[in-house]
Design a protein around this ligand. Structure first.
Ligand SMILES: Cc1cc2nc3c(=O)[nH]c(=O)nc-3n(C[C@H](O)[C@H](O)[C@H](O)COP(=O)(O)O)c2cc1C
Length: 195
């Protein structure tokens, strides 16, 4: 049963337009309703995504099932993924299952994590979503750990990695395995540099 007015977080990929007119790709967890009609983005004001979005007021949010894209995006290495332009400031990733071109209609910048209420300008469906897979979820969780590696305790991170490794061993394909290892290496390097 759908709960009217219920909101949830959609773990997605956002593209924004940088000041040099290039595409910027990052993971983002907007708050949405179940019909994907209400969109609230909460980018930290320290992020490139925030500064692009604040300058242009436009972005595209993508529902994806490619875990390598999520891993590379959180490491800031996904700006080269194939995309096509939509209007002046929007980029639609070819890897998307479905996408939403958003326009910010209201900003609250009183907190470090800004709040941008958005309207959907355009939306599109490219292909079916692969489906639920625990290894893909493990990579999403690992990407979140990677984005917080400097504020989380090392022992807690190590425990989480071992827990997610079980899901990888049981359910991953090659791409999930590679994405997982990329994030493990990043986290270990980041932890090493804190010693
Ligand atoms: C699944 C996922 C969801 C995320 N959601 C948000 C979010 O809602 N707001 C935010 O500021 N950062 C979020 N992050 C972290 C940013 O993607 C990360 O800090 C990124 O490096 C900053 O983006 P930038 O490249 O625009 O500077 C999320 C990361 C992941 C992996």
């Amino acid at each position: 049963m759908t709960v009217v007015g219920s909101r949830l977080i959609l773990e997605a990929i956002i593209t924004t337009c940088s000041h040099d007119d290039s595409m910027h790709v990052a993971p983002m967890g907007p708050e949405v309703d179940e019909r994907l009609e209400i969109w609230v983005l909460k980018p930290f004001q320290s992020s490139t995504t925030f500064s692009n979005l604040h300058r242009t007021g436009a972005c595209v949010v993508h529902v994806v099932d490619d875990s390598m894209l999520i891993a590379e995006a959180v490491l800031g290495r996904a700006n080269h993924y194939p995309a096509k332009r939509l209007g002046n400031h929007c980029f639609i990733l070819e890897a998307a299952c479905h996408w939403y071109a958003l326009q910010v209609v209201d900003w609250d910048t009183s907190q470090p994590r800004a709040v941008a209420r958005c309207e959907v300008n355009e939306r599109g469906v490219a292909r079916p979503f692969f489906g639920w897979n625990r290894a893909k979820h493990a990579v999403v969780e690992m990407a979140i750990l990677a984005s917080r590696v400097h504020i989380l305790e090392r022992a807690a991170i190590a425990n989480e990695i071992e827990r997610f490794r079980v899901w990888i061993d049981k359910t991953a394909g090659n791409r999930e395995r590679e994405a997982f290892e990329l994030l493990v290496q990043y986290i270990e390097r980041a932890n090493g540099s804190q010693q």
